[in-house]
Design a protein around this ligand. Structure first.
Ligand SMILES: [Fe+2]
Ligand SMILES: [Fe+2]
Ligand SMILES: [Fe+2]
Length: 425
């Protein structure tokens, strides 16, 4: 008998969307707004249940590829004129298509900027209709600027969308938008409706039933989203996962626990999505303000995982990796009484990986030199002494496994960048 896991797509989409919307402008609150507009336009069109479902799902996470291209495309504004407009759409496609359950979403995101007048060659018959709807929703969301009363903005936004009918947008979708936009609740929902109420009151997203063995595929997708922001960050998660899993294995933990630790490792830095790339990759010393932004990331990892019941039991292990046994970590100030083995293992793995990998401002240190630092952290009462000793005993083996995993991850990133920069949708 194969065991199946049920993942609530509602939880997954709203957790991911909410996380992305907590970042800086121009993405702040952008996904929620786009999903709400898409939902209202969909109501005016004759869509199948599946199309509606895919449209809302895709809209709520549509710029997920933006994180992977920030290095190449500065996303200071979401203007259409940018010559790189297709790049983040392609990144989203390349990332999501790796998890077969998201195939149709990947295709929608791939074409979400394939406007009628987009100059890049594309066979228009392959563009999903949902992508064409999302184009209008995306633009209306961008144009809504958060004035005191959004009804004051409505005429101007409608006007701008109409002007692009037949130029950027398919006329029948602009007409559907117009019908939706006649209603005050359309505008008030853009400003006020939460994703949760969209999902629970107006649209039920299906659950995802996957084999338990396929869960790694999903978290691996997250790893790529988290790490593929630049070459510098492209291997961090892979290193942490391997070191934490090896520590658990040498500690005699069972396969099931090891697998859960891996999942926690895969997700531990997902909160870093809200940290701008300029800060993550800053070559010099961080200002106190920049460090404060970094310090929020594990809290957002907690928030993200807390929103998904499937990850409830690994939520703490993943989000406690900057906690310290002496209570001086962040963000919850947990301590030796409250931190479980799994959280301690990920904390040691995270620190060891951070020390040994190259950073923008310094080369990685050797495994032996990293141990000197970890030993001091044990003396200070920060890291778990048993786990650090275990790492020291098996240093060569664990360090080699880390290097291999990180090299594989770097190759994977380089292949991704090559694919990304192909001149096609
Ligand atoms: Fe976009
Ligand atoms: Fe972290
Ligand atoms: Fe980390």
């Amino acid at each position: 008998m194969t065991d199946f896991l049920t993942i609530s797509l509602e939880e997954l989409v709203s957790s991911l969307s909410t996380l992305m919307d907590q970042t800086i402008a121009p993405l702040r609150d952008h996904h929620r707004r786009t999903a709400i507009v898409a939902f209202h336009i969909a109501d005016q069109l004759d869509l199948t249940w599946q199309q509606r479902h895919d449209l809302i799902f895709a809209s709520a996470i549509h710029d997920i590829g933006a994180f992977s291209v920030m290095e190449q495309q500065v996303l200071h504004d979401l203007s259409f004129e940018s010559q790189y407009i297709n790049l983040h759409a392609r990144a989203a496609y390349l990332l999501l298509k790796e998890f077969s359950y998201f195939d149709s979403i990947a295709e929608i995101l791939r074409y979400h900027h394939a406007y009628l007048n987009n100059s890049t060659e594309v066979d228009r018959s392959v563009i999903p209709y949902e992508a064409l709807i999302m184009q209008v929703a995306d633009q209306a969301a961008i144009l809504s600027v958060d004035s005191l009363n959004i009804l004051d903005e409505s005429a101007g936004i409608i006007n701008e969308i109409i002007q692009q009918s037949g130029i950027m947008f398919l006329p029948e979708i602009v007409e559907a938008f117009n019908r939706a936009a006649e209603k005050e609740n359309f505008w008030l929902d853009i400003k006020n409706m939460t994703l949760n109420s969209l999902f629970t009151d107006h649209l039920k997203l299906d659950n995802l039933h996957i084999k338990s063995s396929e869960l790694m595929g999903l978290v691996n997708l997250f790893r790529r989203i988290i790490d593929f922001r630049s070459e510098v960050t492209s291997t961090h998660t892979a290193g942490v996962v391997v070191v934490a899993a090896e520590l658990a294995r040498f500690h005699g933990r069972e396969e099931e626990t090891i697998n859960k630790i891996k999942i926690a490792g895969y997700l531990h830095d997902i909160g870093k999505l809200i940290v701008p790339s300029e800060i993550l990759e800053k070559p010099g010393k961080l200002t106190p303000q920049e460090f404060n932004i970094i310090r929020t990331h594990s809290y957002f990892t907690y928030e993200f995982l807390n929103g998904m019941s499937i990850f409830k039991d690994i939520r703490d292990w993943a989000s406690q990796h900057h906690e310290r046994l002496n209570g001086r970590g962040y963000p919850f100030h947990e301590n030796s009484k409250t931190l479980p083995f799994e959280s301690r293992a990920i904390a040691v793995a995270d620190e060891f990986t951070a020390l040994t990998e190259d950073r923008p401002y310094r080369k990685g240190v050797s495994g032996k030199d990293a141990m000197l630092v970890l030993d001091v952290d044990v003396q200070k009462g920060e890291l778990d002494g048993v786990l650090v000793s275990l790492l020291g005993e098996h240093l060569t083996e664990i360090n080699q496994a880390r290097i291999a995993a990180q090299e594989a991850s770097k190759k994977e990133y380089q292949a991704f960048v090559l694919e990304l920069n192909k001149d096609e949708f």
